[in-house]
Write a protein that binds this ligand. Structure first.
Ligand code: N01
Length: 502
């Protein structure tokens, strides 16, 4: 099979890849392909099908600005609805004929002589002028390194790879982890399982969730008057942005969140010992703030045990905790999160000097220019790249900001005869220095916890430390001055230092 030449190769058919495809098409770019290892669009929302999977970002913000959904059923949407929404948007976009499902990237390398990305996939090879990676920030399950886990005799699966063939009715189930995924799945599991053991390493702050359903009447109003829905959406957006100072500058304001979470604990749990065991000792917001009305009542249920002793080892028949107590279980559910600061896609992308992104990051930690482009990696764009994730609002807003920047960059590339561009080292360094300066004093750094936001160097290379509208302003146009033309033309002079507004 030969090599397929395209102008743009997009990796991933989640919110990021789909948005890129739609916006490129609108900009008149027709020669692109979206490759996706799964069998459908959806990304995270295709992969995460565990019972209770739902979004903890308000529905009104969890859609594209150009495709509002008047039919969200509730204040927070369940996974099947979000997946259906993405399928609808994809089907109506006129881009689906360029999606190649069941196609996994094996490796991508910059080829200087042809000024193309040469991409090997599980199905064939591509040569592309630009590579737009929307592989997802939370896509590769992180499996715990626990002695004996391979010897467990029953089914073992991660929340993001749920095995629906396993009948959990009447089973004894152990859940490892108490993060965003676990707090959604445990209340569902305990309805069917004989017993659920929940292994908690660190408690999370969990505040109440607005369970309001959206009435048919309200949906009809949204359908008829989209302006009304836009106004509601703007209100929700502003409310969430108002929380930014409590994360970034005044972590003491998180005391309000802690009070709400403590009231949630008191409502759900009567036992003082259990209350204490689930109450965190770090500042709220240091780890992701979770929302649930069902988590604490589930932990208090007769058929659920919270185990805080830590796991010593796993045997073929159960889990032995650090106090040598063994609990027999039939099924092991791994809810231990994802590879965030060491994403596997970084191992598969090789830049102009022969090093992969992962090799570059091994020395520096994850770094990009504006969370999107990379010195040494011409014409590479990453959606949901370093320091773009959020603890307070919707990633769809960030993705749209990035895609706007990418489309403007593509326009610049096209007009310049496709001379390849990469950010100068100076521009990229200055951006990251400023971002890291802003991290000092944030709740993520000063809040007294360890979290997956931090990398091996202890730096937060995951989150954007500010408002989403500030991020959008930084990416509102492609700033050609911060870029250099990659070989064979001589490199242009470095850009002025890019600074973030105070
Ligand atoms: O993963 P997590 P998640 N032994 O990393 C524990 C998004 N999301 O899948 O805190 C024992 O948050 C770990 O303990 P500790 C959202 O952004 C969104 O739940 O490290 N335990 C923690 O309790 C979220 O933040 C939605 O001490 C171990 C848990 O496992 C992100 O996905 C829904 C362990 C991991 O929690 C990840 O959430 C779901 C070990 N060896 C997820 N290793 C929405 O609603 C780890 N743990 C949008």
């Amino acid at each position: 099979m030969g090599t397929t030449e395209v102008d743009h190769l997009i990796i991933g058919a989640g919110f990021g890849g789909l948005c890129a495809a739609i916006r490129l098409q609108e900009a008149g770019e027709r020669d692109f392909v979206v490759i996706e290892k799964d069998t459908d669009v959806g990304g995270t929302w295709h992969a995460n099908t565990y019972p209770g999977a739902a979004c903890d970002v308000p529905s009104q913000l969890y859609s594209f600005s150009f495709a509002l959904n008047p039919d969200w059923s509730a204040a927070y949407s369940p996974q099947p609805e979000i997946l259906a929404y993405l399928r609808d948007v994809a089907a109506g976009s006129g881009t689906l004929d360029r999606f190649r499902f069941g196609t996994e990237v094996l490796g991508a390398r910059w080829d200087a002589p042809t000024r193309r990305w040469l991409v090997d996939t599980s199905v064939g090879a591509y040569a592309a002028r630009t590579l737009i990676a929307g592989a997802g920030g939370l896509s590769e399950p992180r499996l715990p390194d626990i002695a004996g886990i391979d010897t467990f005799a029953g089914p073992v699966f991660h929340t993001a790879r749920w095995d629906h063939d396993v009948d959990l009715a009447g089973k004894r189930v152990a859940v490892i982890g108490t993060g965003a995924s676990a707090i959604q799945v445990v209340p569902e599991l305990r309805k069917v399982a004989a017993r659920v053991d929940v292994y908690q390493r660190t408690p999370n702050w969990v505040i109440p969730r607005n369970e309001r359903r959206t009435s048919e009447r309200r949906r009809a109003v949204y359908r008829r008057f989209p302006g009304v829905q836009r106004a509601v959406r703007a209100g929700v957006y502003a409310t969430l942005e108002a929380r930014v100072p409590a994360f970034v500058r005044f972590p003491q304001l998180q005391a309000l969140t802690e009070a709400a979470a403590k009231a949630n604990i008191r409502r759900g749990i009567a036992d003082p010992e259990l209350r204490e065991a689930v109450t965190p000792t770090y500042r709220a917001g240091c780890k992701r703030i979770l929302i649930s009305n069902a988590w604490y009542p589930a932990l208090a249920a007769d058929n659920v045990d919270l185990v805080t002793a830590g796991i010593d080892r796993i045997t073929p028949g159960g889990v032995v905790d650090a106090e040598a107590a063994e609990r027999e279980v039939d099924v092991l559910v791994i809810a231990t999160g994802f590879h965030v600061t060491d994403p596997p896609i970084a191992e598969r992308i090789t830049g102009r000097d022969g090093r992969t992104l992962a090799e570059v990051w091994a020395a520096t930690g994850m770094q990009a220019y504006k969370g999107t482009t990379f010195h040494g990696f011409p014409n590479l764009f990453q959606l949901v790249g370093p320091n773009t994730a959020l603890g307070h609002s919707s990633m769809v807003h960030i993705i749209e900001s990035q895609v706007r920047y990418v489309v403007d960059a593509v326009d610049t590339l096209r007009r310049s005869g496709w001379a390849p561009l990469e950010p100068t080292a100076a521009a990229q360094d200055a951006w990251n220095e400023t971002v890291q300066e802003r991290m000092a004093g944030t709740v993520w750094t000063a809040g007294g916890c360890a979290s997956w936001y931090l990398d091996a160097f202890g730096r937060n290379t995951t989150l954007w430390p500010g408002h989403t509208f500030t991020f959008r302003r930084h990416l509102s146009r492609f700033d050609r001055g911060a870029y250099q033309v990659t070989d064979p033309s001589p490199a242009s002079s470095p850009s002025p230092k890019e600074t973030l507004p105070a």
